[in-house]
Write a protein that binds this ligand. Sequence first.
Ligand code: UD1
Ligand code: CA
Length: 459
Amino acid sequence: MSENTAGTEGVAAVILAAGQGTRMKSAWPKVMHRIAGRTMIGHVLDAVAGLELARITVVVAPGMETVAREVAPHGTAIQHQALGTGHAVRAAKAAMAGVKARTVLVLYGDTPFVSAATLRRLLERRYASDNPAVVVLGMRPQSPFGYGRLILEAGDHIARIVEQKDANAAEQAIDLCNSGVMAIDAAVIWELLAQVGNQNAKGEFYLTDIVELARRAGRVSAYVEAPSEELLGVNSRIELAAAEKLFQERRRLQAMAEGATLIDPATVYFSSDTKLGRDVVIGPHVFFGPGVTVADDVEIRAFCHIEGATIAGGALIGPYARLRPGSEIGVDVHIGNFVETKNTVMAAGAKANHLTYLGDAVVGAKTNIGAGTITCNYDGYFKEQTTIGAGVFIGSNSALVAPVTIGDGALVAAGSVVTRDVAPDAMSVARGLQVDKPGWAAKFRAARAALKAARNKSK
Ligand code: UD1
Ligand code: CA
């Protein structure tokens, strides 16, 4: 069977993100808050990316331009007033015009961990022979309080969903809850939604009412259950931190399962897109920001901060290294303690082992960058390039003032301030020349001692 068993090309998704997220106490839309370096809405988009959907529409409130930019090229629909989840889905109707979909998949932008595999199970159930109008993704959270409860019929069929505030005592005792994710028959969704009213405890247009409305129209609905951690919703900074923790715990286990050694897993932080090869060894207290790819057999020692970097096989990074965006670290490169790289390509076998800043630079194969080397890449106005050839030796404490090129095989003497290009195989000394005065220090000491004695006497 192919992976795409559920025929997801006939599916359009609506992701609800218009809620104000009051409890975040934030000027940002809730779904723009990040977990593992990725916005919550980005996580949801990642989950549906594998499904090859016909269209994805994100429902936002007026003024949420940052969300529109984040989800592009997918489109947004504006819900002018937050009148409930049913009202929010309806706001996407115009954006769905012209899409040939059998199913509308509804997701929440603040439920970031839903997986593609679970969504496929939901869609498979939607296409079973009883042709359910609605398939609800159910869960059994530790505390069901606050969630809509699924009222079961025979088998996996559900009669209706009752919201917390509208539930009687018996209904409140049900632990099977609505996660919010639903797969809805596209042939009936808009007519069902048109019938949804707001005569309920919250005075909102509940999406959940469509289950009962479908039943009245002679259609069945069903549920599929998924682990509640996967359906965790984020409503506050505390829940955001809990989501981050959960993500990191799972990602560490995944990294180890896939063949990386984490010496102290609890102290290693990944981004949602971190890629690790096999036999990567990661020391304690390493942080991966977005956009990092690490090949096989790389060792990353303790206390490194790495983002936007590609690290090739056999490289040795840290301890205490900082790799910033645009760092391309070649095979067997060594980056040592207190070395910072930004927008820099290091070819195979190059070394920068101590106390160095390499910005906007190209470093050739097997070149050695001495301790304290700085590329002076910025004059306050422009960023300029430093090009260092292969087999170069840069002496310690050199400043390379960009734009500048050091030819292959050249040697820059320690302490140089290099402002002009250095030819291949040349030696460049760019510092005050050394002057030696034999006996000078001894004479100086004798003179000072005599002066001191004379002054003490006259006191
Ligand atoms: C909803 C469900 C409930 C379910 C729970 C799961 C309804 C009526 N209730 O309740 O059964 O157990 O989610 O978390 O659907 N939103 C909009 N526009 C609106 C209202 C909401 O876009 O007008 C978005 C929010 O941004 C959020 C999502 O819809 O992403 C859920 O809204 P929320 O108000 O949190 O629903 P709950 O009351 O938690
Ligand atoms: Ca909620």
